[in-house]
Design a protein around this ligand. Structure first.
Ligand code: MN
Length: 221
């Protein structure tokens, strides 16, 4: 039996719809620039968009119903609703969830301008709200499902998963050329157009037809 110099970090996991078991999370990968109209709204060229990947730490996950303290170092915290894929192995999908890729947009813009890494704009505390996972068997029509996000009851993002530039099998193919994907990995697959800011007091809900919704609110940091 190993002994440790400090207490080891707890296992991070997400609930599974209709199950008492939980899904233990390993790595979190995220896809950038995966919907043409979102690439355009960010000032990019949709014709030129190879998939890009970045990561979040599993400790950034937040479950539905949470109140999130408004994070430090930003005046422009944005929501990005996304399909989240949970892997059972390198090439087998365990299930799907609704996630929100929270982004400190001002820090991201500065990083882009300076050619610096995105980490502090993407991988910060509470930056990955994610719903319970629906098993793949229970979500057969996911590839064409509607996806939306409402803020304080007003529709902000509305699209369909079939609008993805890189569908799931191509994401897995591309990503798998760079890293060994494993059971427990999550992939946030990119956001459609309509991203925007939240302030303290706001409440946002992301929905994908056939999956569990994700709902969080924001309080003073
Ligand atoms: Mn995103």
């Amino acid at each position: 039996m190993k002994s440790y110099s400090i207490p080891p970090a707890p296992t991070i996991s997400l609930p599974i719809v209709g199950s008492k078991e939980r899904f233990p999370v390993r790595r979190i990968y995220c896809v950038g620039k995966n919907y043409k109209k979102h690439v355009a709204e960010m000032g990019g060229d949709p014709k030129n968009s190879a998939p890009i990947f970045f990561t979040k730490s599993r400790e950034t996950l937040v479950e539905s119903g949470a109140q999130i303290p408004y994070p430090p170092q930003t005046q422009n915290l944005h929501f990005e609703v996304e399909l989240v894929v949970a892997l059972a192995s390198a090439d087998e999908v365990f299930g799907y969830a609704t996630g929100i890729d929270m982004t400190r947009r001002d820090l991201q813009a500065a990083a882009k301008t300076a050619g610096n890494p995105w980490d502090m704009s993407k991988n910060f505390d509470h930056s990955a709200p994610c719903s319970a996972i629906t098993k793949a068997f229970d979500a057969p029509d996911i590839q064409s499902a509607a996806i939306n996000l409402t803020k304080n009851g007003t529709l902000m993002q509305a699209s369909s998963l079939h609008m993805m530039i890189w569908p799931l099998d191509e994401i897995l193919n591309h990503l798998g050329q760079s890293v060994k994907l494993r059971a427990g990995d999550l992939i946030f697959t990119g956001t459609p157009e309509g991203v925007g800011p939240v302030v303290s007091g706001d409440h946002i809900t992301g929905e994908i037809k056939g999956l569990a919704p994700i709902s969080v609110s924001f309080s003073n940091g």
